[in-house]
Design a protein around this ligand. Structure first.
Ligand code: GAL
Length: 828
């Protein structure tokens, strides 16, 4: 440390109690989360008390009349209009909604801002009856300076008015103040997190250099300094830096960290950062503002030679796309729900999330930082050209630049963020105008954040390559059509490409259709898809094609599967079928329960743990003597299957079939030999197993031919018991924590009864409340917020919420036939 620094630090430490403490100006900024105290109304006549985050539509009722769209989905190749009943979730999210509360601002505050992490949608903020400001996009964070409208030291009324238009979304957007709202009070000078930027310039095992920049607003003409301290996870200060704020309010600092603990999905180490804004020098030095944040030390790079590199090591994204809803919670963001999602995905081997097709919430980014998920933060699903009548295209011209700016400012300090996306399947791909816009939006990202590269998901490769749209992007991202990758790469100067959206395989948990066919056209009278994982859409493919593209082609840098979890709305292939109101694309269902496909990805992506998964279930009364194909998803290459002890043969993963062999054609058109060869590279299959009740068992073999594990599935007897499994048995007494209880009906020996649909009642008492229920059935119209629901293929998930006081939550679950089970959850 330089002598000057030491002198300065010791002077600061001995500085007398701030002169500012006596001042009439706020000495430090304050941020208050406005969770409680809101009244909500749909008509501004009848008000109810709510806490934020809040989604006004999730309680339903489901009805096809809500946002009934009569349209042709041109992205799906449709030419004729038809009725799309569940397209945006069949929940009452459209129309107006109002939130109101009182606020008082102390006289000492120089400025007061309301910060919204998103509000659905077109939020207009009124203070004491006057419009203080508004934002157009429902997904973005924004701030309103309410200072001019406030009466300091008095009670003020804040009203937020929202308006959701019909046909403004291709999925369920939710409605209301669905992300946190906070009040920021500042003194004259303010350390604004949207102005400061801390990033890793370089890092290796020995040393890291971090670069910090800030633009201090307010306090001009004062002698200001900034001091920054970095704390390692063990609480020790490992780097400090300080410097003068220039007359323009700007400052740049560098920090050196010896032997840094690098951030990665596998080691999500976070350092604590303390930033202080100091006025004056020597005896009169005073801290006029301070704040803390977290940072992760890591480098990211993209290149032709090495593809994507994190901390200097090449890796391919094993990512999933996620819409923002949290199933039965709707869009009201919740930390415990996000953590559960990430844990489920990480166990599958997933290391990245694309926040399709819009800005992530801050809470989401914090969870991804701390648990280790790399993020592609997306922004738009459309630019000028509308994908639905009242979508964001109405605002794009006026708002796009501001929206991108807020995306970057709000999230650039998160280590989990590895790239921005400026669009998804933008119709303007073919045009010069599109190229110009892409360049402009990408440039805004670069200007505000030179450390991240920018992508977008393109679906019309030929057009995008012809116009130059694809060549402009830092990271060319292609949605689907894997068989075009070879041709695309030959025209790309970047030398690498990303599977920005992949698979779109469809399935319903627990549903198996016979005969098993590989097809992009299968639909059934019950509105379900087969869980044999052989069904997809005309524009999409099975997971195997993506695995091959990633495994065989050096130029690919990874993929983002559509989607990690089912979401509300877009019930393809049942867009015109009623009732159906949520997706079938998820690797997990809407309740978060893994479908079979989960284990297929896990067998390829999770390099730490073994996977041995068998499908289908083995309780098929009426199928005796019928051919019932069996598949095993495993990371082992070889396995033998037994039915009641009789061998069905040993299978070995075969076929180095490459994805180019499928060029331009649909796999199903190529005949069984080729589909078998496609599937059998990643799954083990026994096509001609004849069902008989009893025991289905698989034994897997390692490379030396030694038995390495096994899995058994048994035919279930009559339902006799309920099995309750909570993802957490202890909750925080903060009123926000959640425990997800998986409810399954079993026979007396604990074998799951896979086809049961009993009506389940849930009674919650004690230190928490019932939050929601979901069975993952896309065709169910039962409400998520009432404590009863039918099982879907033997299972559902009930969620309970902690109260504010310690104690015990008792959850009693029962069937109509009188089977009961109780589970308790501690609240501390
Ligand atoms: C893509 C689109 C996604 C979703 C998906 C379904 O083309 O980007 O939003 O619609 O298709 O397969």
């Amino acid at each position: 440390m330089k002598p000057f620094t030491i002198l300065f630090l010791s002077l600061l430490a001995t500085a007398p109690a701030s002169a500012l403490a006596k001042s009439r100006v706020l000495s430090q900024h304050q941020e208050v989360n406005l969770q409680q105290g809101w009244l909500f109304s749909r008509d501004s006549l009848h008000w109810q008390s709510v806490s934020i985050p809040h989604d006004w539509a999730i309680s339903g009722p489901f009805d096809k009349k809500w946002d009934l769209q009569y349209v042709a989905i041109t992205q799906n190749g449709e030419k004729e209009k038809s009725e799309k009943s569940g397209r945006s979730g069949a929940l009452p999210w459209i129309g107006r909604g109002f939130y109101r509360r009182t606020l008082s601002v102390p006289k000492r505050a120089t400025h007061a801002y309301l910060q919204f992490d998103g509000a659905m949608s077109e939020p207009h903020v009124y203070v004491n009856g006057k419009l203080a400001g508004w934002w157009a996009y429902g997904y973005n964070a924004f701030r309103i300076d309410i200072t001019p409208y406030m009466m300091k030291g008095r009670s003020n009324e804040v009203v937020v008015s929202l308006n959701n238009r019909e046909e403004s979304s291709r999925w369920y957007p939710g409605g209301g103040l669905y992300r946190p709202v906070s009040l920021i009070l500042t003194g004259k000078a303010f350390l604004d997190p949207w102005q400061s930027f801390l990033y890793t310039e370089k890092a290796d095992a020995n040393e890291a250099t971090l670069v910090y920049s800030d633009h201090v607003k307010g306090g001009q003409g004062e002698q200001l300094c900034e001091r920054i301290q970095l704390y390692a996870p063990d609480g020790k200060v490992v780097a400090t830096a300080e410097g003068k704020v220039g007359n323009d309010g700007k400052i740049g600092l560098r920090l050196r960290v010896a032997r840094p603990q690098l951030w990665s999905p596998e080691t999500p180490t976070l350092y604590q950062v303390k930033i202080e804004l100091v006025k004056g020098q020597g005896r009169y030095a005073t801290v006029v503002d301070s704040r803390t944040m977290k940072t992760g030390i890591r480098t990211i790079a993209f290149s032709r030679e090495h593809g994507f590199q994190l901390n200097g090591v090449s890796r391919k994204f094993q990512g999933v796309c996620l819409h923002h809803d949290l199933g039965p919670l709707g869009t009201a963001v919740n930390k415990a729900a996000l953590i559960r999602q990430v844990k489920i995905l990480k166990d599958m081997g997933c290391d990245a999330i694309r926040t399709s097709h819009n800005m992530p919430s801050t809470m989401q980014m914090e969870v991804y930082d701390s648990l280790g998920m790399m993020v592609m933060a997306e922004s738009f699903d459309m630019w000028h050209y509308p994908k639905c009548k009242n979508g964001y295209a109405r605002f794009f011209g006026q708002w796009a630049d501001k929206d991108i700016e807020h995306l970057v400012r709000n999230h650039r300090n998160h280590p989990s963020l590895v790239m921005y996306s400026i669009g998804n399947e933008i119709p303007e791909q073919w045009s010069q105008e599109g190229v110009d816009i892409a360049r402009r939006l990408q440039d805004i990202c670069h200007r505000l954040d030179p450390t991240r590269q920018v992508t977008q998901g393109m679906d019309r490769a030929e057009d995008a390559l012809k116009s130059g749209f694809a060549q402009v992007m830092d990271i060319p991202g292609f949605n689907y059509r894997v068989y075009k990758y070879d041709r695309n790469i030959s025209k790309l100067p970047q030398g690498f490409l990303l599977g920005s959206e992949t698979a779109s395989t469809v399935s319903s948990r627990g549903v198996y259709k016979f005969p098993v066919t590989v097809s992009d056209k299968n639909v059934y009278p019950d509105g379900q898809c087969s869980s044999y994982d052989t069904e997809y859409c005309s524009w999409s493919n099975l997971p195997e094609s993506d695995f091959m593209a990633q495994d065989d082609k050096d130029y690919t840098i990874g993929q983002f599967v559509w989607t990690g979890f089912d979401y509300l709305g877009e019930p393809t292939p049942y867009d015109t079928y009623w009732p159906s109101r949520s997706s079938y694309f998820g690797i997990c269902d809407l309740a978060g329960l893994p479908k079979d496909r989960y284990y297929l990805y896990r067998s390829v992506w999770n390099h730490r743990d073994h996977t041995v998964h068998l499908l289908p279930h083995w309780t098929w009364p009426g199928r005796e003597g019928k051919v019932t194909p069996v598949m095993c998803y495993t990371d082992y290459d070889e396995a033998e299957l037994f039915v009641n002890g009789k061998s069905q043969g040993r299978r070995h993963k075969t076929g180095r079939m490459s994805v180019s062999a499928t060029a331009g054609k649909l796999v199903e058109k190529m005949g069984k030999e080729i589909t078998d060869s496609l599937l059998s590279r990643y799954r083990l299959m026994w096509d001609s197993v004849v069902y008989e009740p009893g025991e289905l068992k698989v034994v897997v073999y390692d490379k030396n031919g030694k038995a390495a594990g096994e899995k058994t599935v048994r035919t279930a007897g009559v339902p006799a018991a309920l099995s309750l499994t909570a993802d957490k048995d202890t909750l925080h007494a903060d009123g926000n924590d959640l425990s997800y209880i998986t409810v399954a009906l079993t026979d007396k020996d604990g074998n799951p009864c896979p086809d049961t649909a009993d009506d389940i009642h849930v009674e919650v008492s004690g230190a928490g409340t019932f939050q929601g229920i979901c069975n993952g059935d896309a065709t169910s119209l039962e409400r998520f917020t009432e404590p009863h629901m039918h099982l879907f293929h033997g299972m559902l998930v009930a969620t309970v919420r902690s109260g504010h006081k310690p104690g015990t939550i008792t959850v009693e679950v029962s069937t109509a036939s009188g089977i009961r089970q109780t589970i308790t959850i501690a609240v501390k």
